[in-house]
Structure formats: structure tokens, C-alpha cells
Design a protein around this ligand. Sequence first.
Ligand SMILES: *Cc1c(COP(=O)(O)O)cnc(C)c1O
Length: 490
Amino acid sequence: MYYYSTRNKTIRVSGAEAIVKGLSPDGGLFIPERIPVLNAEEQEELLKLDYPHLAARIMSLYLTDFSEEELLTFTKAAYGPGRFDSCDVAPLRKAGDVSVLELWHGPTCAFKDMALQILPYLLTASAAKCGETAEICILVATSGDTGKAALEGFRDIAGTQIMVFYPRDGVSDVQKLQMISQAGGNVNVVAVNGNFDDAQSGVKEIFSDASVREKLLAANRVLSSANSINWGRLLPQIVYYVWTCLCFRRGGRLTHGQTLDFSVPTGNFGDILAGWYARRMGLPIGKLICASNSNDVLTDFIRTGVYDRNRSFRLTVSPSMDILISSNLERLLASLSGDLSLTASYMEQLRANGRYQISDEVLRLLQAEFSAERVSEEETFAAIRSAWETEGYLLDPHSAVGYAAALRQRRPDTPVALVSTASPYKFSAAVLHSLGAAPEADGFASIDRLQEITGIAAPIPIRSLRGSAVRFTEAVSPSEMRRAVLDFLR
Ligand SMILES: *Cc1c(COP(=O)(O)O)cnc(C)c1O
């Protein structure tokens, strides 16, 4: 199977190349030339597979330049015991009428582990397949969780270096400490004096800067991306949507002809887009509910067809969703419209004016599969409180945004699954506040207090953060990011 750029069909690469390159040279994202469809019989076949086997099977449909056995060695290593603290990898729980898909049982306690535990294997193997001998330098812009998950995935992986930029005031105490205390000989972490969009734009600029590429090439190095613009990030995420449908089937909770809705707390549109691929593969998925916090650019877009980032950026209690430019949307627009010059023109309008409007036809297609909800800060707190008080289920603020959206959009006779993206202990202060408890002095005091109140133990990776030494203190302005990269990779 080949992949092409969302902006130009003649830029066509193999799966391995798409993963090594990350971004297409014209600034577009790589998308598969077609989406493999699984008929009912083939879906039945999958029922007997455990998570690593399912992941290898699904990924092999898209990465035809890898064998299923090869992929299985990766998925077993990435999702095996010792990496994830649940043998299901992605366990399904209940919070009243809402089923909760917990994607935070990996080493960094957020759903980014689902992709970033396996990406290093995919990337180094892809580089080998492409005959790439240069050292791979991963640049990451993070809204909090990607950075840590990428650092954990790539640390001390031979033939790679990784550098992470995070918005200085845009991440939680725990997220920040997780990153600045990162171990590993091939890692670097730098704060950006700006928000996530500044960090992401800075990284994108470095990627398209020919002089940076030349300098690195002279040192036998190439840049690659671990952000969700990389197909190698998106692909492993399709698996847990398939997994959830299969779990429902196995448990007799989804009869033939019935569909399952998903509510997805959304930022860069990567998680929910993976759900869309699963839907197009023929899995019994109904609506994909795009849940946003008060950075509600996607809510307006899905409801009106106008994407307009000209609005104030808000720091919220769900910082990993504080995003006004949702990069992965480009993939959906290219696939829905089938018109790549139109897609390129939308992206050019977005760059130049911060705004574009899709045609009525594309809007109709979009609304047939997606709906959207905006959840305010107060509604987020209320959702955490009511899920805990009425269902005994403890949500983190991101998942709470999805939970509130799921309850609003619930349809009779259609079950709904919430894609839960982080452990509540990554955001203890906000969760405590929601439960009506007094604020604590710091992140660790909040963790202790939350454990006392709820009787639920914090995950081990979070408990063991206490007392870890800070290794990285550098802070730069967005315009200094290029220099910081060249210094690190000297
Ligand atoms: C990254 C992240 C999201 C948003 O996911 P996207 O793929 O960017 O839409 C939501 N919640 C948490 C906890 C995250 O880390």
C-alpha cells in the first residue's frame, strides 16, 4: 500500500517512507491511498486475538512493506507486561451508562503511550527498510503528554536522538516534572516561552527549513517527527477502536446491526481521526463525538463548516487539548473532499488568514460521521464531581470533557464509549478542586490528598516521580528554537 500527500497526489511513498519522513516535503501529511475494509467474517476472526496480536493484524493491513510476524515482535514488546500495567492493555470499565476505554495504563499514564511505545520500533525498522543510515533526530512539540511519552519511547534507542519543546506555562506540575527529570543519554527537553501552537509552529518551521536539513545531513543526521502528524503515530491508535468494538461483541453488548458511539476528548484531532479510520474499515461505529474544552475551534467547525482560529487562546484544566490548530484535520478534509488542491488551499488560507470555510458538500459528509460538543471549565469540574459521586468513577479533566459530551449526545439504544486519555493523578489539583477539596501546596501534596479522599492508589510511575532530580532547565523564545536544535544536534 502506498501513501500520498494530502496536498499533492503525485508525492507517493511506501509506508516505511511515510513513517521515516513524518511530514511530506510539500508540508502535507501522508494518507493511505485506500482504507482496508474488514467484512463481518473477517471481524469475527479478530475476536479471538489478544491486544498485541490484534495490533499486528490491523497494522499489517496498512503497512504492507512489513510482515505480520515482524509487526508482532514490535507489538509484543510495546504492549507486553512490564510496559502496561493491565493485561488488557486498554481495559474497558463502566461509569454508569458510559463505557470507559482506559488508555492510560502505560508508562506515562496518558493515551500517548498507545502509539509512542511502538513508534520507535516502527521508525527504526522503517529507516532500515529505506536504507537510511543517518541518525534519526526526533523533534517534538508537546502540549504535555506527547513529550513525556516520546521521551520514554525513544530513550536510549540506538540510532536516535530526541528533543522535546513544551509550552512553559501550559503543562501541569506532574507533566513538567515527568519531562524535565527524564533519564536517557539521547534526550533533551526545552521550555518555550509561548503556548502549544507556538511550539508546534516552531517545530514545523524547523522541519521545512532547508538550511537546518543541510547542516544536519552534513553530520549524518535526519529529522523526523513523533507528533501525531506522523502516520506511525496514528496507525497504532486505530487498533483500540477496533479492540473496543470487539470487546463489546464478545460481551454480547453489541448485537449485529447495532453501532457504538465514541466520545473523544480532542486536541490535535489525532485520536478521533483514528476512530474515523476504524469506522471506514467497516467496524460498527456510529457517531464520533468530538469533545472540546473552551478552545472550541473544532466545535464551531463541525457545526458550521468554518474553521477560524482567530479567537483567544485559553489555558484550561485540560491542557493537552489547548490547541487552535488541529493538524490532523487536514487528513480528514483530503479524504472527505478527495480534492487535494482544495485541501492545499484551505491550509494556505489557514496559514495566511487563520480561517477557511469548507464547501456545503464536504460539511454534509463531515456531519454524517462527526458531531461536536464544547465543555466549559465549570462543566468539566461538574462532570468529574458527578462521575465520582454518582458512579464512583474518577475522571481526569480531559476525559471529563469527553464524559460530559457523551452524556449530552447519548442516543437511546446506542451504547457510547468514552475514550479516556489520562490518569486522574496526572491532574490531581484540578480533580481535587472538582471534588470540593481545598487546594494543596504542590503537585505531590495534591496526589496524596486525592488518594486519601478517593481510596484509589495513584499509578506507580506517578508515585515514583517524587524526589526525582531535575535535568533540564533551558527556556527559549519561539524564535530561538532553531538555534536550540542546532546546538543540541551539533
Ligand atoms: C493528546 C491528548 C488529548 C488530545 O488528543 P489528540 O489526538 O491531540 O486529539 C486528549 N487528552 C489527553 C490526556 C492527551 O494527552
